[in-house]
Design a binder for this molecule. Structure first.
Ligand code: SF4
Ligand code: SF4
Length: 172
């Protein structure tokens, strides 16, 4: 019987699997500013990400069931692709945000949407809390079809851990 890869067993792509798949930009590129990280390593029939990028930085070899690859030099981290992925698999990381903090722009479909300046629980890929984050931007327009792009600032060391947030409901 064929042995399943970790993400096929758990539904969660591990950092090691992403590194092997070339999903993670090199530190030299991360230090230059925001860049897309497309955490999609399965051969599934899907490709909106390819058409979402105005700079043509995302390509897919092998047709519709190929896996997307980001040209890290073409990508300027605009976040246009983040809300276009039905699998919620695209993130934009700005490792160079400040001396101590990085930002992660992530897709967020739940309600209520967070507000700029709000503190939220920053979660890893399994949903476990990693740290507290500060929402620095919420991009939420009709054109995004109910999926907001939320940018959260977090301690720099968690740039490759934080991939979701939990918003505390405000009373009143
Ligand atoms: S962040 Fe912007 S430039 Fe980079 S891949 Fe996505 S759409 Fe293209
Ligand atoms: S749109 Fe999302 S799920 Fe579809 S191929 Fe691109 S990254 Fe993968």
């Amino acid at each position: 019987m064929q042995r399943l890869k970790q993400h096929q067993r758990t539904g969660i792509v591990s950092e090691a699997e992403m590194k092997r798949s070339g999903v993670i930009p090199p530190l030299s590129r991360l230090k230059k500013g925001p860049v897309a990280i497309v955490e999609c390593i399965e051969n599934i029939p899907c490709n909106p990400c390819v058409y979402a990028c105005p700079r043509k930085a995302i390509s897919m070899k092998g047709g519709l069931t190929g896996t997307p690859k980001v040209d890290f030099d073409k990508c300027n981290g605009c976040t246009s692709c983040v809300a276009r992925c039905p699998g919620l698999a695209i993130f934009v990381v700005n490792y160079a945000y400040s001396e101590t903090r990085a930002t992660v722009a992530l897709p967020y479909e739940l309600l209520p949407k967070p507000k700029q300046g709000q503190r939220v629980a920053a979660l890893d890929r399994t949903g476990k809390k990693v740290c507290t984050g500060e929402v620095i931007k919420v991009w939420d327009t009709k054109a995004l079809d109910r999926c907001a792009v939320v940018t959260v600032a977090i301690p720099k060391k968690y740039w490759n851990k934080v991939r979701n947030i939990k918003v505390r409901h405000r009373k009143g």
